[in-house]
Write a protein that binds this ligand. Structure first.
Ligand SMILES: [Zn+2]
Length: 169
């Protein structure tokens, strides 16, 4: 388990991720949740930052799909964790275009991304929304088994989602 004083904030954070945990700091001076990890609190300037383990539960605040040549688009989100900090991440396990603002997500895994000269460990999320999960499964089924094509699949899943929302209230 990572402990405060075990090195630079970025190092401690990386050790949390290597243990499959999402670490953040809480300021003893003002109570702010601090992320990305730092030496001083960005709110009050205190150096009394204590490490905490996040539940990993959050809500998508902003989302975008990144399109690549000859590859599935991937998704980048800003997510508000329930402890009160905001983090950049990805939602995996569902089509990038279907990740919406307000989607409930859970810290799921860590991906190693090659970013220029250095590799960066990035926490990634999965959806906690059963309707979104069901729609993602339906979309995958349509694409791979029924070969409906992307546009018709998106239209169909949007329609099913609308009906499901109306039915569930
Ligand atoms: Zn503070």
């Amino acid at each position: 388990m990572a402990k405060e004083g075990d090195g630079a904030p970025a190092e401690v954070y990386r050790r949390y991720l290597q243990n499959g945990e999402l670490g953040f700091q809480r300021c003893d001076g003002c109570g702010a949740a601090v992320f990305y990890p730092r030496v001083l609190c960005p709110v009050c300037g205190s150096d009394a930052l204590r490490w905490r383990t996040s539940s990993g539960r959050g809500v998508v605040y902003a989302t975008t799909a990144v399109y690549r040549r000859e590859a599935e688009p991937y998704n980048v989100v800003l997510v508000d964790l329930e402890e009160g900090f905001r983090m950049m991440s990805r939602v995996e396990g569902m089509p990038a275009e279907e990740v919406g603002i307000g989607l409930r997500v859970l810290f799921a895994d860590v991906r190693r991304l090659e970013a220029g000269p250095a590799a960066v460990d990035m926490p990634v999320l999965s959806s906690l929304d059963p309707l979104a999960l069901a729609l993602a499964a339906l979309a995958a089924a349509c694409l791979f088994w029924l070969k409906l094509g992307l546009l018709r699949t998106l239209g169909l899943t949007a329609l099913v989602g609308l009906v499901a929302k109306l039915a569930l209230g």
